[in-house]
Design a protein around this ligand. Structure first.
Ligand code: HEM
Length: 506
């Protein structure tokens, strides 16, 4: 249902993923579904790493001889405090890697990584490697047999780069070469990588408006509980102290951080580097490799713009900026759309009361015309008539619903595109009810379209729905693409209510 835009619903991969999340929703409810907060969960883990890291640093002895003993002291003698903190530090780091991997898979599976999201994607890839480097150096600091294994393996990899003159593994040929300065360098790299992660996060989130950086409270409490539980049941421990005279036998293996090293058994260090570089490059350019056509960016009709800033407030991807007025109209500011960042979701058109924001292939006039046309198509139907506004990523695709001849569906790119004045038109045309079907709150493909619309219906966010519209004649449901049955059930119930008690089944 569009001028020129072919609205695409979710594909098989997206449905598969959403089907899985539907199961999680049944357990946690959508409000606390951890899959909706993976980025925020990652940031929560980062804070745990940072805070526990500061306390661990106070007890850590930055010397070749003292490093192992100081960690051992914390783990064994001070298990109730330092030991728990050490475990929290390690498990939060592992949690961060897991959250990052699942977050990446989710963005990919739900097709949320291309076009305007490229910066978040590419910076995400770099973030993951930085987190990995930070973790590896964290394991070095313990200076146990595992650290020795990591040190020798990393040295083998580094010395394969012609930049290094002397083979680095010679450093580990004798304990005398492993100096206190060496431990200072490791500590600085470990700290610095976390610092760079925080800085890179700013880049990661730079084009995301009001990014969700904290999980809901209940979820946070759950994570804290889980971290403590694992830390107490399975405390992080060290391997025996590193002994450079001995050959490394088996070491406790952390696949999340050490996955690269076993490859050295099967290929040269240069081969491993090539694999890493190729993998990173391919993942980084995935948004371009799989690029599909995107709708045109929003166009501003300057003479209608009052500079109210609502569009800028509502845009999910920082694509709208305000600048001083360039014409003679008596307003201070005017809106400008940054084309490359525009998701073409139409949320800004939903927030504009003055027809200043417009999608060239789905203009407000066009949509209003469609609303009238659909409403008139239902004129001849007996009983209550319903106009459905649905989201292209939501629970229903199509114009007519078999068996529901009293309903017509108008699909929008995002439900947030629904401008309140549009919702009044069906009633002017003799329609009895307006049914709004958007995606699950907390999981809009364009981040906030459904939340903004819900707020408008409740008259909490301007522009608000008209007071004159009877609220009983508007029904909003928030469902995923895999909830078609719930969609049909809610629509039928709504229709039944509009028909009155007579029509309701006994
Ligand atoms: C583990 C480190 C990471 C953290 C802490 C993190 C954090 C976040 C946060 C807080 C958001 C904003 C969520 C929102 O408000 O809607 C976000 C969005 C995003 N992240 Fe990450 N991220 C991480 C890693 C990654 C990785 C590895 C990738 C991909 C390679 C990635 C790709 C994205 C994309 C594409 C978005 C935009 C999603 C959307 O527009 O719906 N992130 N990230």
């Amino acid at each position: 249902m569009s001028n020129g835009r072919k609205l695409e619903g979710p594909g098989p991969t997206q449905r598969l993923w959403l089907g899985f999340e539907k199961i999680i929703n049944a357990v946690t409810t959508s409000e606390y579904n951890p899959f909706y907060y993976l980025g925020a969960i990652g940031i929560f883990f980062l804070w745990v790493i940072f805070i526990s890291g500061i306390v661990l640093f106070i007890f850590y002895n930055v010397t070749a001889r003292g490093a192992y003993d100081s960690v051992q002291y914390l783990t064994v003698k001070q298990w109730y405090f330092g030991g728990v903190l050490r475990s929290l530090h390690r498990y939060a780091a592992q949690g961060l890697i897991i959250a990052g991997i699942v977050h990446t898979l989710r963005c990919y599976a739900l097709d949320r990584y291309k076009h305007w999201r490229w910066l978040a994607w590419v910076s995400g890839v770099i973030l993951m490697w930085l987190i990995w480097i930070g973790g590896i150096f964290g394991y070095w600091m313990v200076w146990d047999e595992r650290a020795k294994f990591i040190a020798l393996s990393s040295a083998r990899m580094l010395e394969s780069i012609p930049l290094f003159g002397m083979p680095l593994s010679l450093t580990f040929a004798s304990a005398r070469n492993v100096t206190d300065e060496f431990f200072y360098i490791i500590l600085v790299i470990h700290f610095f990588s976390l610092f760079v992660v925080f800085v890179l996060l700013l880049v990661h989130l730079s084009r995301i408006t009001k990014s969700i950086v904290n999980p809901p409270k209940l979820l946070t409490y759950g994570l804290v509980f889980l971290l403590f539980l694992v830390s107490l049941l399975h405390p992080a421990t060290s391997a025996p102290s590193a002994d450079l005279k001995k050959l490394t036998q088996s070491v406790p293996f952390d696949w999340l951080f050490m996955f690269v090293f076993p490859m050295l058994k099967h290929m040269s260090a240069m081969g491993v580097w090539l694999l890493i570089v190729t993998f990173t490059l391919v993942i980084s350019i995935v948004p371009w490799l799989t690029r599909t056509k995107k709708g045109p960016a929003t166009v501003v009709t300057q003479k209608n713009c009052t500079g109210c800033e609502l569009c800028m407030e509502d845009c999910p991807y920082e694509a709208i900026q305000m600048r001083p007025r360039t014409d003679s109209l008596p307003y201070e500011l005017e809106a400008v759309v940054l084309e490359a960042r525009c998701a073409s979701c139409g949320i800004c058109t939903g927030s504009c009361d003055y027809t200043a924001m417009s999608l060239p292939d789905m203009t407000e006039d066009y949509l209003k015309g469609e609303i009238r046309r659909c409403s008139r198509e239902l004129k001849s139907v007996n009983g209550a008539k319903v106009l459905v506004f649905s989201c292209s990523k939501g629970a229903f695709e199509g114009k007519e619903i078999p068996g529901f001849e009293w309903a017509r569906v108008l699909t929008l790119q995002c439900i947030g595109q629904l401008q309140p004045s549009m919702a009044a038109i069906p009633f002017e045309e003799g329609i009895d009810g307006v049914f709004i079907a958007g995606c699950i709150l907390g999981d809009c493909s364009f981040r906030f379209g459904n939340i903004w619309l819900e707020d408008r219906i409740l008259r909490h966010r301007p522009p608000v729905f008209k007071k004159s519209i009877d609220r009983a004649r508007i029904r909003s449901v928030w469902l995923a693409a895999v909830n078609k049955r719930d969609f049909l059930k809610s629509l039928a119930e709504f229709h039944g209510e509009l028909e009155g008690p007579k029509a309701k089944p006994a």
